[in-house]
Write a protein that binds this ligand. Structure first.
Ligand code: FCB
Length: 484
């Protein structure tokens, strides 16, 4: 469409918004969620193999054994990316494919696969954006206490160095971690994610060791790469709301645990005093050693931001049933060490199929707030998207998925990103989560986030209407007018 630009709608439903030429639009996936081939070509087991094969951990007992079979359908998937016009593809590298036991011998076949992926992207003019850790820790390292063990940080830096030595002439952006919040707090605090442990002190030790691993890996990446890549980390920062009298205190607590536990060491070189005080009954933080915060405080080229929805908090009165609608599966443990007295209220809809409230204003607010706190930091939306219970319509031209709800979600969040840019935020790009339906962690295959449908019986890929919408956004660098 070349018609009128409509801006400023109160509900973020603007159309015809133009994005800068150098704004990079792509899509994202993660290794365990799509690859399958869990036992092939020397891949070692990860904590997600163990977790998903443990009865009761994942809905329907689903596992990533086959997933989308991306490992065997690489060329087909690359062609699909090309057809959709992706400017960049954000994927993750499975550590246990590269180094099956997390220490010791490396596996050339693992490197070979990612090398083919990177070459395939470059051959199609797609920018490779690689994440080194999207949650699939080698099981052998978890057997040695996982992220609670400081040594895991050093193992990660070694794996990062080896991987970048092999691929570091071709990858445009290296991301150390995806959402260390989830690895630490869901993995070791609530138990909703692998390895499924439920100990607040362990969760906070994991926070620190993940931060340390980042700080150790960044100089290794810069040393090993030969193409001057961008180096980044992706966080799932929480946009925290609350109107109650007690909300300011609850917000401060959750901001400390969820946001500042990462942002402060990474970008300011410190852990904040209030975080240490709030959690003093849980841990004495003696796992932080002299020099650690300086090591963590490495300049990064891009800060990745994953955004889906908001949370709303207040302090619990200790009497009424405690609300814990924090957006995560409630499996017994708490992802909020030291804050059992904070409540997470049920928020106003509409909701996606995850039960997450749709709040595009939260994305604008988050980007602007980060820009205000760290004015020189380039940002990138590394994940945003929505699960909906798609329906397939059979037409003469073949199956079609008319996912107007997902298009609306994406359009509203593109509007939010655009507004942030207009307010001066240095936003480099945007990746839709996800390129294809996939293994949604504890929810197994029950939640569909893809812009491409995957039929799990035949593994056939069908671009949904949202994929065609994104294709148009990329081709025109403009959000289209609404479909009449
Ligand atoms: C994020 C994860 C990603 C996906 C989306 C829905 O937390 O990084 O792998 O599961 O949520």
């Amino acid at each position: 469409m070349d018609g009128m630009t409509t801006t400023g709608s109160p509900d973020y439903r603007d159309h015809g918004l133009e994005f800068p030429k150098d704004f990079v639009i792509g899509s994202a996936t993660a290794s365990y969620q799509i690859e399958g081939a869990a036992h092939e070509d020397g891949r070692g087991p990860s904590i997600w193999d163990t977790f998903s094969h443990t009865p009761g951990r994942v809905v329907n007992g689903d596992t990533g054994d086959v997933a989308c079979d991306h490992y065997h359908r690489l060329d087909e998937d690359l062609d699909l990316m090309k057809e959709l016009g992706l400017e960049a593809y954000r994927f993750s590298i499975a550590w246990p494919r590269i180094q099956p036991l997390g220490s010791g011998a490396f596996n050339p076949k693992g490197i070979e696969f990612y090398s083919r992926l990177v070459d395939g992207l470059l051959a199609r003019g797609i920018r490779p954006v690689a994440t080194l850790y999207h949650w699939d820790l080698p099981q052998a390292l978890e057997d040695a206490d996982g992220w609670v063990n400081r040594d895991t940080a050093y193992r990660f830096a070694e794996y990062a160095a080896h991987t970048v030595e092999a691929l570091g002439d071709r990858v445009h952006t290296w991301t150390t971690f995806n959402e260390p919040w989830c690895s630490a707090y869901l993995g070791y605090g609530s138990g909703a994610h692998a390895p499924g442990r439920t100990n607040g002190a362990d969760a906070l030790a994991a926070v620190h060791h993940l931060n340390l691993a980042h700080g150790l890996a960044v100089p290794e990446i810069r040393r090993a790469a030969t193409n001057d890549p961008d180096v980044s980390i992706t966080l799932n920062l929480h946009v925290i709301r609350g109107e109650d009298d007690t909300s300011p205190e609850a917000k401060r607590r959750i901001d400390a645990l969820a946001n500042r536990a990462f942002l402060s060491p990474l970008l300011r070189g410190q852990y904040d005093a209030d975080l240490l005080e709030d959690t003093a009954a849980v841990t004495d933080w003696s796992f932080v050693r002299a020099g650690d915060t300086a090591q963590i405080h490495q300049p990064i080229d891009v800060l990745g931001v994953n955004y889906y929805s908001t949370v709303t908090v207040k302090m619990w009165d200790g009497v009424s049933p405690r609300a814990n609608a924090d957006g995560h599966q409630n499996v017994g443990g708490s992802p909020w060490p030291g804050s059992p007295d904070v409540e997470f209220l049920v928020q106003e809809g509409p909701y996606t199929d995850m039960g997450w409230n749709i709040a595009p204003d939260g994305l604008e607010e988050l980007l602007v707030s980060l820009h205000e706190q760290f004015p020189t930091q380039t940002l990138m939306v590394t994940e945003n998207g929505a699960a909906f219970p798609d329906r397939v319509v059979h037409t003469e031209a073949g199956p079609r998925v008319p996912d107007a709800d997902r298009i609306d979600y994406l359009n509203r969040h593109f509007t939010a990103a655009h507004r942030a840019i207009e307010r001066g935020v240095d936003l480099q790009g945007y990746f839709v989560w996800s390129l294809m339906d996939n293994f949604e962690w504890g929810y197994g295959y029950t939640k569909r986030f893809g812009i491409v449908r995957v039929d799990y019986d035949t593994l056939e890929r069908v671009p949904k209407d949202s994929a065609r919408w994104l294709q148009e956004v990329i081709a025109t660098h403009r959000t289209p007018s609404p479909v009449e």
